[in-house]
Every structure is written in structure tokens, then in C-alpha cells.
Design a protein around this ligand. Structure first.
Ligand SMILES: [Zn+2]
Length: 118
């Protein structure tokens, strides 16, 4: 049940994102020849965060989408957790905005949730 995307596909997607970011920034720069370093950096930062968020999401999913045949044991009470399908998780991180599509587990006894990797 484990699904993985090849590292080559991951790399191609990231290179595409970087190229698109660079093209956008180059186009912006052409329209703003008198921009200061701070103004240029203000254009770069949000785009860099989107690209780095995609890098983190890809690295998090290198080992699959978190679905295991054996299931997961609840880290709080030890009960076997129930697989609830895939869910989308968005997380704000210092390095970027991260969106993951991952397996989601819930403990039927204590309600603990697990969305690997933590
Ligand atoms: Zn539990």
C-alpha cells in the first residue's frame, strides 16, 4: 500500500518550481529597474518559502505516504489505531509553508491522532 514517487520525478517538480520562481522574479525585476535590495528581497522571500515548503513536503514523503499494512499502535495507550484515509495537512514552518497529503490514523480508545511523519 506504500506509494512513493521517484526521486527523479521529485527533482523534476522542484526544478520546475525553481525555474518558475526565477522567471517570475526576473520579469518583476525588469519592470522595477530602480528597486532596492530590500524591495528585491521582499519579492524573493515569499516565493522562496513556497519552493522550500515543496522541498520539505517531498522529503517528508520520500518513504511513502505513511500507510502501513500493519497499522499503527497508539503512542499514548497502545491500542491499534484505525486508518482513516488520507488527509491534507498544512503547516507553517520557519523554512516555508508545507502542505502534505498523508495517511491519517485515529485511536478508537483515547482519540489520539497520528499523521506521519510528525
Ligand atoms: Zn490511544
Amino acid at each position: 500500500m506504500k506509494t512513493t514517487v521517484s526521486q527523479r520525478e521529485c527533482r523534476e517538480e522542484l526544478v520546475g518550481l525553481f525555474e518558475a520562481m526565477y522567471a517570475e522574479l526576473s520579469a518583476w525585476r525588469a519592470l522595477h529597474p530602480d528597486a532596492s535590495l530590500d524591495e528585491i528581497a521582499a519579492q524573493v522571500t515569499p516565493r522562496r518559502r513556497r519552493v522550500m515548503g515543496a522541498v520539505i513536503a517531498q522529503l517528508a514523503c520520500h518513504e511513502g505516504n505513511g500507510v502501513t499494512v500493519d497499522g499503527k499502535l497508539c503512542p499514548r495507550c497502545g491500542e491499534r489505531m484505525k486508518y482513516k484515509g488520507e488527509a491534507t495537512c498544512s503547516k507553517e514552518h520557519l523554512e516555508g509553508e508545507i502542505t502534505l497529503q498523508r495517511a491519517y490514523y485515529v485511536c478508537p480508545v483515547c482519540g489520539e491522532t497520528f499523521f506521519p511523519p510528525r
